[in-house]
Design a protein around this ligand. Structure first.
Ligand SMILES: [Zn+2]
Length: 237
């Protein structure tokens, strides 16, 4: 009978430990970290994306402006070198205008080139960020899967232990089970094996009176130190 009590204790311990592990897993700080980092990277990616779009839009506007300006230069130059006769003052104004516009074209082309470099680097940064996001997502999913599998296994272990306890309890005399459950609930102890006069629950030598009680075949004998059940009179054992 004592063996059955110890078996029950062992199974209850399994349930307790498994539930603790389950709780720890559900509060996994690693997963929280990945999730937080993922959210941060997502923001970074979005910012890069809008920056890239803005740059491209600016480039588009700049190119239109450039084309327009080049067209104007072309028109003014054709006036300048055409066969039409203009007065000197007009020619001088036209020449100045062409020069200014050519300078502006040069300036805009410079800006445009810089924007192209910026666009290229943004594209690269965005690509790096995208790859990071994919990697993080995969890591998250893989971990989630592993945690899910662990949780399933834990639940199975708990169910198995609960089933074991039920069938063990059925084999016990009710008064012994009641006493045992009371000890478990109130003191958090239960039962322990006695080995060469030493209680294996508290590692203390029990008194001579207790040993005597066992010899006298008392119904239930408790460790006089920790109160665990150390003996039960069982005619079948
Ligand atoms: Zn003890």
């Amino acid at each position: 009978m004592l063996n059955l009590l110890l078996e029950i204790q062992k199974n209850r311990e399994i349930i307790k430990k498994t539930k603790k592990t389950l709780k720890e897993e559900s509060n996994n700080s690693f997963m929280k970290k990945i999730k937080r980092e993922f959210e941060e990277e997502k923001l970074k990616y979005k910012a890069l994306d809008s920056k890239l779009n803005a740059t491209r839009e600016n480039m588009g506007q700049l190119e239109k402006k450039l084309e327009h300006m080049k067209e104007e230069v072309k028109q003014e130059e054709s006036k300048l070198y055409g066969n039409l006769k203009y007065d000197l003052k007009f020619i001088s104004t036209l020449e100045k205008s062409v020069k200014l516009k050519k300078d502006e074209v040069k300036n805009l082309e410079e800006i445009n080139l810089n924007m192209m470099y910026e666009e290229e680097s943004l594209v690269q940064e965005k690509d790096v960020s995208r790859k990071k996001l994919i990697h993080m997502k995969n890591e998250f999913c893989n971990n989630k899967k592993t945690i899910g599998e662990k949780a399933l296994k834990a639940e199975e272990d708990i169910k198995k232990a609960e089933k074991n306890i039920l069938s063990l309890e059925r084999k016990l005399p009710p008064e012994l089970l009641d006493k045992f459950n009371e000890l478990c609930a109130v003191k958090g102890t239960g039962a322990a094996r006695l080995s060469e006069g030493v209680c294996q629950g508290c590692r203390m030598k029990v008194s001579a009176i207790t040993i005597d009680d066992i010899k006298k075949n008392k119904d239930i004998v408790y460790c006089d130190n920790c109160g665990r059940i150390i003996y039960y009179r069982d005619n079948n054992e």
